[in-house]
Design a binder for this molecule. Sequence first.
Ligand code: MN
Length: 345
Amino acid sequence: MNRRKTLAIGRKVAKLFKVLSGKERILIISHDNPDPDTLASAFALRDLVMRKLGADSIIAFSGIIGRAENRAMIKHLGIPLKRLEELDLSKFDATVLVDSQPHTGKLDLPEDIKLDVVIDHHPLHRESRRVEFHDIQSRIGATSTIITQYLMAEGTEIDSRIATALLYGIKSDTRDLGRETSKYDVEAYLYLYPRANLRLLSKIEYAEVPVEYFRVYEQAIDSALTFDGVVVSFIGKIDNPDMVAEMADMLIRLEGTRCALVGGHFEDGIYVSVRTKNSDLNAGKLVQRVIGKLGPSGGHGSMSAGRVKLGSQSDKEKESLEKTIIRRLKRAMKLKGVRARKLVE
Ligand SMILES: [Mn+2]
């Protein structure tokens, strides 16, 4: 970072500290079903407020930590987490949200919660402007980059576990700096790299997976249908909602594919994940057209997600919802009349 940028970020951090000063117990909330970027951001921010302000701080999440890599990250880096629903929120005097914003598809916050700080890299939601400290930078590839900038401006040494977490947060959100990456992500990455524990990073990235993982892989491939550059797969019941994103990441790699959509049933919803390859195809807008009023949705340029809320529908009705999703996707992708083919016969 050049001197001017460092100064500007230094002022921003000073404002953050001002908003949080005197607060004794700070709650940091990740988005639901937390991914590496939200976990790393929360972990680093917790360390920062504890060191600088002497505050007590807890990281809380809702949902499930599904991916084997994410579980390995928590274990190897020692990220302390609590379940949001088990906490008495009245015991905290400040609340921080990282890598998400209120009323987005990625987050089901308790109604009465008041946010003091929001730090995120998704498109700005109007409501975030009302939060006393909001730092929303949609051109940046990862919230971990924003937090790394705070640490760079601070200029103090970074603990290697925190550097490893932030490095992995950037790596996973930007797919190794290859997707939606700004020069600031590259800069933060290079700053963190020599400070990170690469042996632990490798243990996280190549974490062991349970046999269930391969079952879902088989299901995703077996159910996949292709429509002229678009791949769709509904993978049935899943034991963690991250699997739809993971399978969409896998299917978008198919040669000649512009868009991949994967859906799976988890608890009371159909979770949907969308990936696009061309920059003229916005995955966030696409998922909104597909999900519409069926539930919350949102995302970035090339990756997005949504959730269709289910009530007590029969299996048949659930199947017809999946058909609706496919029909809307075909309409949005101008594929009317194109017949489906099985990906693998
Ligand atoms: Mn993120």
